[in-house]
Design a protein around this ligand. Structure first.
Ligand code: ADP
Length: 254
């Protein structure tokens, strides 16, 4: 008799946060936060300044140990899944004293595959160039990264995440300080990543574009206010709950 597998094992979520409480010193900035991101979705994390959005990313990436709870990436701690994650840091958060050009930064995305001791060859350079061209930065390959604008640096990091062929992309305010055209270009890229089966989590500031850009939203103000599909949870009540009653944005156009 053959045993037939009747149930496929449940697919691990690209990102699962379970009961996370995190603090700098004694005051918690995240309080018992839990949610699960399904695969292939564009997800915004919103909340007022100081809501703990960046702290949440730090916990997810293992840069900060939570006081309680845990975060997993494809069912594993970040350290065991880092090759699956493409991270695009917040503009201005990277110290560019280190002299490196745009092509180098994109090639770094390939090191995880290559192993640290193999030098990138022609194939890798071609792949990196291809990714730079995809983000419209092909003409800047040899430019020192410190001599690029914030929006251009964002695109270089997106190119690196593309080169890496990550399955989960984490980006911290990719639209901060970029012009409209760049914002549309970045949104187009995020949609491409999704179309290729990727999951994209974006710390986002502009409430007005949430319904247009995202499938799901995590509304945070130290505790989780709501999480789910934009058309279900991005309501006036939930937004007001997170931001306080003074918010003038009318969610969902009600
Ligand atoms: P957000 O990204 O939503 O604006 P953060 O996660 O950056 O919020 O910050 C949450 C809270 O934690 C804020 O009150 C902030 O001042 C505080 N905080 C952030 N980083 C540190 C730190 N390194 N040391 C002490 N407090 C911090």
């Amino acid at each position: 008799m053959r045993l037939v597998e009747t149930k496929a094992p449940p697919e691990a979520s690209p990102l699962e946060v379970r009961g996370v409480t995190a603090a700098y010193g004694s005051e918690p900035v995240l309080w018992d936060v839990s949610f699960r991101v399904p695969e292939g979705q564009l997800v915004a994390v919103v909340g007022p300044n100081g809501a703990g959005k960046t702290t949440l990313l730090k916990v997810v990436m293992g840069l900060m140990e939570p006081a309680a709870g845990r975060a997993t990436v494809f069912g594993k701690p970040f350290s065991k899944a880092r090759q699956l994650v493409g991270y695009v840091p917040q503009r201005g958060s990277v110290d560019w004293d280190f002299p490196t050009d745009a092509l180098d930064v994109v090639q770094m995305g390939l090191y995880g595959r290559l192993g640290w001791f193999r030098r990138p060859g022609r194939k890798e350079r071609e792949k990196a160039m291809e990714c730079l061209e995809k983000v419209g930065m092909g003409g800047f390959a040899g430019r020192q990264i410190s001599q690029l604008s914030g929006g251009q640096q964002q695109r270089i990091f997106l190119a690196r995440a593309l080169a890496q062929e990550a399955r989960l992309y984490l980006t911290d305010e990719p639209f901060a300080g970029v012009d409209y055209k760049t914002e549309q270009a970045i949104v187009g890229l995020l949609r491409e990543l999704k179309a290729a089966g990727g999951t994209v989590v974006v710390v986002h500031h502009d409430l007005a574009t949430v319904p247009d850009y995202f499938d799901r939203v995590v509304i945070l103000n130290r505790r989780l206010v709501a999480e789910g599909p934009v058309d279900e949870v991005f309501t006036r009540e939930n937004v007001a709950d997170a931001y306080g009653g003074a918010v003038s944005y009318l969610a969902g156009g009600e």
